[in-house]
Design a protein around this ligand. Structure first.
Ligand code: NAD
Ligand code: MG
Length: 349
């Protein structure tokens, strides 16, 4: 089966004519959705808490800002872009009581619908546009005339217009410049969690740390190990991004390619069985239960795990080396804040 892809010409942009879109939250995704839609000619109101630090930012970018409740009251379409962990509280207190009849409630990730944290009334539409990329790219790629691909889904269609409006939203976001494909909240949520856990965030970082530790424990220089296991990874991934594994193998030496075939499977032995376990925990809801319980208990385990990895040797070695490579536009992360390294004093390193 080949998935049907939707591009600009497959979508009726007029489905958003006369519609007001409330973007709730102005973070990574929120700023990109609000600004891309605004520049695509859609009427946008950003919904933020009274004391939100993002208010000045959104207003400075020329956007109208109201409280979450007031933005929802004025909107035909409400896109929830606060963190997944905060969505239930914001939805229950400020969104559901203010939804207009016929409103389309939208998500960029299906977690809260898939795991029934949010239960919208059957009288409203529920849709999703989930961009397959981080928010800052969603914005910069749109500004450069391109788009980030996305998934879309319709969970409820009370008005009969949910699908058309969801697709038109994807187009205004720029996503149909790259291609969007249809999914369900269940498929998007389960595959998204799987991808980030098994490969993109969890699997890759575990491989990087294991390779770095293997070299350092064997007595090799940590700086060299950093270049070998973290820095060079991007160069390799860039080749895959452009031409798949075939182009990576075309570009590397025959020695590297042969080693790839004979040693890669040794490293990955047992990996697929472990990935199937990870997927089973996602499908059964046991990962979601654990994560929700962790938050309700105050998040102590989460903070402990974060602290442990933040102080890993590869992070310390890497920060020093990247500070000498200003052309990378390096970023330093401390206590939850990410700051461009250029703004930091490097303290005579
Ligand atoms: P974020 O953490 O970057 O932004 C959160 C925004 O919500 C901030 O403006 C914050 O001030 C605001 N906020 C936080 N708590 C709030 C509250 N209680 N009331 C009102 N506003 C509050 O979040 P994000 O990463 O943009 O994620 C938003 C959604 O997009 C999530 O569903 C996420 O799964 C999805 N998503 C994110 C990415 C990504 O690249 N970050 C990619 C695809 C989908
Ligand atoms: Mg994802």
């Amino acid at each position: 089966m080949t998935a049907r892809m939707y591009y600009d010409n497959d979508v009726d942009a007029t489905a958003l004519d006369g519609q007001t879109v409330a973007i709730i939250g102005y973070g990574s995704q929120g700023h990109a959705h609000a600004l891309n839609l605004h520049e695509s000619g859609v009427k946008v109101i950003v919904g933020l808490a009274e004391g939100s630090k993002s208010r000045a930012l959104a207003q400075g970018a020329g956007l109208e800002v109201r409280t979450v409740a007031e933005a929802v009251k004025a909107a035909d379409i409400v896109m929830i872009l606060v963190p997944d962990t905060a969505q239930k509280a914001v939805y229950d207190a400020e969104i559901e009581p203010n939804l207009r009849p016929g409103a389309l409630l939208m998500f960029a990730h299906g977690f809260n619908i898939r795991f029934a944290r949010i239960r919208p009334p059957s009288t409203i539409d529920v849709g999703m546009v989930a961009p397959k990329g981080p928010g800052h790219l969603l914005r910069s790629v749109y500004q450069a005339g391109g788009g980030v691909p996305a998934l879309f889904a319709v969970e409820q269609d009370a008005s009969g217009t949910a699908r058309a409006r969801t697709l038109a939203y994807a187009r205004a976001l720029g996503a149909t410049r790259a291609g969007v494909l249809e999914t369900t909240f269940k498929e998007e949520t389960e595959t998204d969690l799987f991808g980030e856990q098994a490969l993109l965030c969890g699997g890759v970082s575990a491989l990087i740390k294991a390779a770095f530790e293997t070299l350092v424990e064997a007595g090799y220089q940590p700086e060299l190990a950093y270049f070998e296991t973290m820095h060079e990874l991007k160069l390799i991934v860039d080749l895959m991004y452009r031409g798949g594994l075939n182009f990576m193998r075309f570009s590397v030496s025959d020695t590297a390619e042969y080693g790839d075939y004979v040693s890669g499977p040794r490293v990955a032995e047992g990996v697929k069985a472990a990935m199937k376990d990870v997927l089973a925990d996602i499908q059964s809801g046991s990962f979601a239960d654990r994560w929700i319980a962790e938050q309700e208990a105050g998040g102590a385990e989460f903070r402990r795990l974060r602290e442990r990895d933040r102080n890993h040797q590869i992070e310390q070695v890497g920060a020093d080396l990247r500070a000498q490579m200003q052309f990378l536009n390096p970023v330093v992360v401390r206590a939850g804040e990410a700051q461009a390294a250029a703004e930091q004093s490097t303290g005579g390193r």
